[in-house]
Design a protein around this ligand. Structure first.
Ligand SMILES: Cc1cc2nc3c(=O)[nH]c(=O)nc-3n(C[C@H](O)[C@H](O)[C@H](O)COP(=O)(O)OP(=O)(O)OC[C@H]3O[C@@H](n4cnc5c(N)ncnc54)[C@H](O)[C@@H]3O)c2cc1C
Ligand code: FES
Length: 280
């Protein structure tokens, strides 16, 4: 059992949980994730390790309520336990030896980006960051990131904060102004990573994206998480989740992510009815 030490609401439907998990914390590196199960009859879902403290033995996860499991998780409170919490999984991001990096985060993708920005900054790398959100209230980790980068650009789809538009608009401008980056790291919705990779390809800037396919075991045993990269099948849970954005088949990834939509919607409706009945 893994105890929730702190729970914080970062934005509507977006939660941070600090979880006591000393074995995970001891070996966690930026880019890695955990797989958790809320309770006995629950499914396994992957969430990125957003922060960790090796000495104190905790890791944080930041998640968005999008369906049954993330809603059940959001119902837990400080002092409650999560049944399974397996990790760290996946390959750590390759961040050493870089001089100037542009990090781009969209929506809750800002959470997995945060440990990477922190690591790069601690290594003395020059880091520019673009973060995007639907609107001001959905923007997360602004203060935490502001202190650990050279330039922070904020965009909101509706213009309620920062610049109106998409992260890709700022990316285009920065590259057209002649800014040079060793690497662009983009994490967010698949469509955002696809657009970013298209732009950086035109400017010949290496680009790493973090893929978020449906996962089951997270240890390379089932292939549920497969993605096509450079024409080859790769398993995101063991070969990734980071891949070369210029080689990823995003259209296939988007099709695969929608695979269980009907079942997911069905189960959410059932749960809503059940909760209504029980007055939750
Ligand atoms: C490596 C990795 C890291 C991730 N990190 C984060 C994170 O830090 N924060 C965060 O909010 N989300 C993260 N996700 C996505 C997260 O796993 C899904 O939001 C979650 O599984 C949804 O489960 P659900 O039952 O609440 O929703 P559902 O109703 O089951 O699904 C809603 C949508 O979530 C996706 N999804 C469903 N099941 C899975 C699954 N087993 N694996 C992956 N995606 C799934 C699908 O696109 C689906 O359409 C990550 C995914 C991966 C693969
Ligand atoms: S989740 Fe099963 S192989 Fe990756």
């Amino acid at each position: 059992m893994y105890r929730i030490l702190r729970k914080e609401r970062l934005a509507p439907g977006i939660w941070l949980m600090k979880v006591e998990a000393p074995f995970v914390a001891r070996r966690a590196m930026p880019g890695q994730f955990i797989i958790l199960r809320v309770k006995e009859e629950g499914e396994r879902i992957p969430l990125t390790i957003a922060d960790y403290d090796r000495q104190q033995g905790w890791v944080t996860i930041i998640f968005q309520e999008v369906g049954l499991t993330t809603r059940l998780l959001a119902k837990l409170n400080e002092g409650d336990n999560i049944l399974d919490f397996v990790g760290p999984l996946g390959r750590p991001s390759e961040l050493d030896g870089l001089k100037r990096v542009l990090c781009i985060g969209g929506g809750v993708g800002v959470a997995p980006l945060y440990p990477q920005i922190k690591y790069l900054w601690e290594k003395g790398t020059s880091v520019d960051v673009i973060v995007g959100a639907r609107s001001k209230e959905y923007l997360i980790l602004e203060n935490e990131i502001r202190g650990i980068c050279d330039n922070l650009y904020i965009t909101t789809d509706d213009g309620s904060y920062g610049r109106k538009g998409f992260v890709s608009d700022v990316l285009k401008e920065l590259l057209e102004q002649g800014n040079k980056y060793d690497t662009v790291i983009a994490i967010g919705p698949l469509i955002m990573m696809k657009v970013v990779s298209g732009i950086t390809k035109q400017h010949d800037v290496p680009t790493i994206v973090s893929m978020n396919p449906i996962m089951v075991d997270g240890t390379g045993m089932c292939g549920g998480c497969r993605v096509t990269v450079g024409g080859e099948v790769r398993y995101a849970c063991v070969d990734g989740p980071d891949f070369d954005g210029h080689l990823v088949d995003f259209d296939e990834a988007m099709r695969r992510q929608r695979m269980y939509r009907e079942e997911e919607e069905h189960i959410c409706k059932l749960m809503e009815k059940l909760m209504e009945k029980e007055g939750l």
